[in-house]
Write a protein that binds this ligand. Structure first.
Ligand code: NDP
Ligand code: PYC
Length: 345
């Protein structure tokens, strides 16, 4: 992979989406995944980078590699799909990544959602190390409504408690609308994603107040204090805490996956990917009574803009995507060179 990239300024260069996908695919295969898994993870990771979702783009590659090297995750796992009931699909990800499990079940899930109006996908024995919006947005692109939750690793103190228990537990939602890209939000139920704390620590930046506590349980704005024995707080006090609890119940208890506190990766130094579960609910809104759903969601957006809203969730990401598609994905030159090196061995 020696294609020269365009220099933007200083240490920044641009790379085409297809080139980044191909490069990341080589990286994954080189570090122990099957070609099928590599293709899915590479597309996911490059999409995050393309959309400016930096906490889950190429920043995550060292974590994927160290996890694969530790033997904690099976990069060649073949997911086992079970057709449980008219609206229920289950996948055992076989200690592999969650995205290939979703891919393996996608066609059956959509078929069930279109026939019954709603279908549920329960993934367990899975590792999710990525942003959640790539899992839901494609359903909205084909006219469906999708909701997904995934739990992660203990690092969030439930509201009113003394010690961490929950994961950062994101919730992602996508719905079609008549005149534009789908409406999508994707948010951690912690005050800040763990990935963003790592990025702040790496840059030597302080966090806003209210994100986390140090090892003594005292409020801190120092990301290193949070990472080294401290913990995060849920967003919105008791409300975010309740949502995080819901994610544990849906993503773990309902799927058969681990709660965020139930796995122990201590015997696998380098392991970074939470071994948990994921739930998706897909709804076919063509079954809705009355006016088409996409028209109704467009009307909601129109009214939100009419009262002064400038930015919908997903707008920043979609704008960044458009810029990346036009000009290439902007990345750090050294990071790109490093990817090219590790793709070779
Ligand atoms: P953010 O707080 O950055 O954003 C959350 C959502 O709010 C996004 O949809 C974002 O849209 C939107 N948004 C942000 N600011 C505004 C604004 N001013 N006005 C309107 N909408 C806004 O995300 P988080 O830090 O909570 O999460 C980051 C990522 O981390 C997510 O992709 C999540 O899935 C991932 N994550 C993954 C975990 C895992 O276990 N796999 C665990 C925890 C987090 P936009 O994207 O357009 O900015
Ligand atoms: O950013 O909180 C996070 C996270 C956990 C697992 C993957 N990302």
């Amino acid at each position: 992979m020696s294609t020269p990239s365009n220099v933007v300024e200083g240490s920044r260069v641009t790379v085409a989406f297809a080139e980044l996908v191909a490069l990341l695919q080589e990286v994954f295969v080189r570090h122990g995944t099957s070609l099928e898994v590599a293709a899915i993870l590479a597309h996911n990771c490059a999409s995050a980078e393309r959309d400016g979702a930096h906490s889950h783009g190429i920043f995550r590659i060292p974590g994927y590699i160290s996890t694969l090297a530790s033997g904690w995750v099976n990069g060649k796992a073949v997911p086992q799909v079970t057709d449980v009931a008219s609206g229920f699909v289950r996948v055992d990800a076989a200690n592999g990544f969650a995205q290939p499990a979703l891919e393996a079940a996608r066609a059956l899930l959509v078929e069930k959602a279109r026939s019954a109006g709603i279908a549920l996908l329960a993934i367990h024995n899975s590792h999710h190390f990525a942003a959640l919006w790539p899992d839901v947005e494609p359903f909205a692109e084909e006219g469906l409504v999708a909701l997904s939750v995934v739990n992660s690793m203990t690092c969030v103190v439930p509201h009113g408690a003394d010690r961490p228990l929950f994961g950062t537990n994101p919730i992602a939602f996508a719905a079609p609308r008549a005149d534009g890209l789908p409406i999508v939000f994707d948010l951690a139920t912690s005050a800040i994603a763990h990935g963003d704390v790592q990025i702040a620590a790496r840059k030597g930046e302080r966090l806003p107040p209210g994100m986390g506590v140090d090892s003594l349980g005292q409020p801190t704005q120092d990301p290193k204090a949070i990472l080294e024995g401290g913990a995060l707080l849920p967003f919105g006090g008791h409300k975010g805490s309740a949502l995080s609890m819901m994610v544990e119940l849906l993503a773990a208890a309902l799927t058969g996956g681990n709660f965020s506190f139930e796995f122990n990766w201590a015997d696998h130094p380098g392991a970074r990917t939470p071994w948990t579960g994921q739930l998706l609910i897909v709804i076919d809104p063509s079954k809705t009574a009355g006016q088409a759903f996409a028209e109704r969601s467009q009307e909601l957006v129109r009214q939100m803009h009419a009262v002064g809203l400038r930015r919908l969730p997903g707008d920043r990401r979609h704008r960044t995507r458009a810029k990346s598609q036009e000009q290439g994905i902007e990345v750090d030159r050294k990071e790109l060179e490093h990817l090219r090196e590790i793709a070779q061995g």
